[in-house]
Design a protein around this ligand. Structure first.
Ligand code: SF4
Ligand code: SF4
Length: 209
């Protein structure tokens, strides 16, 4: 059984991940980078040489591919636990289930469900803060709303959403005057770029959809 954190940025890592898949009965993607690409996938579809020059004093030493890949894009994983960082209780629940012989689990539940169960006052409805909760995976225990702050999406987009769902959410938020459509895309791309690279690339190139 293997738990894989992080994303895949070069051939060596790709081969390592493929080798792990071959040798393991069960592979679990752990964290938002492993599940959806994470923050570093923001550099996807950009000029990698320019990015390297900007970040590193010796860019010629940096061996990375043009795009960042989530582990889920490179191999088929059996389970994924998103989060940046992950929630310890979620991890233990999954580990317990694996030890007891459970199979694949997929719960495409939004963060809002956690908020409701905990009786947290919705910061969005109260107009106190913009919140990505409706389109973000549950799992963190609604940490930010419990402190009166909106969610910025570090647990990644819900796995059951299509690009059009994200657009509809962004349109609605803008109509309500709570945030600009671009802000919704910006948060969605920040943590979940690998979920739908083509879609996000269109947004980056074309601005508004
Ligand atoms: S605070 Fe955010 S996550 Fe919680 S119910 Fe409101 S919109 Fe959903
Ligand atoms: S509320 Fe949102 S931003 Fe805050 S920890 Fe949870 S998923 Fe991350």
């Amino acid at each position: 059984m293997f738990f894989l954190e992080g994303s895949v940025v070069n051939r060596e890592q790709r081969e390592k991940v493929e080798d792990i898949r071959e040798r393991s009965k069960l592979v679990v993607a752990v964290g938002t980078c492993s599940t959806y690409g994470g923050i570093q996938s923001l550099r996807d579809r950009t000029d990698i040489e320019e990015v390297k020059r900007f970040v590193y004093p010796r860019p010629e030493l940096i061996d990375v591919e043009e795009d960042v890949y989530s582990v889920q894009e490179v191999i088929k994983t059996d389970l994924a636990i998103p989060g940046c960082p992950i929630n310890g209780d979620s991890f233990l629940r999954v580990a317990r289930k694996l030890v007891l012989g459970g199979g694949e689990v997929s719960i495409p539940e939004s963060l809002c469900a956690e908020c409701k169960r905990k009786g947290i006052d919705c910061v969005f409805v109260r107009g106190r803060s913009f919140c990505m909760g409706p389109i973000i995976s549950a799992g963190c225990g609604a940490i930010c709303p419990s402190f009166g702050r909106g969610c910025i999406g570090c647990f990644g987009l819900r796995s059951d959403l299509a690009p059009r769902d994200i657009e509809k959410f962004a349109e609605r938020v803008e109509k309500m005057g709570l945030a600009r459509r671009e802000d919704v895309y910006s948060f969605a791309m920040r943590f979940s770029y690998a979920k739908d690279k083509d879609h996000f690339e269109r947004i980056m190139k074309g601005g508004r959809q």
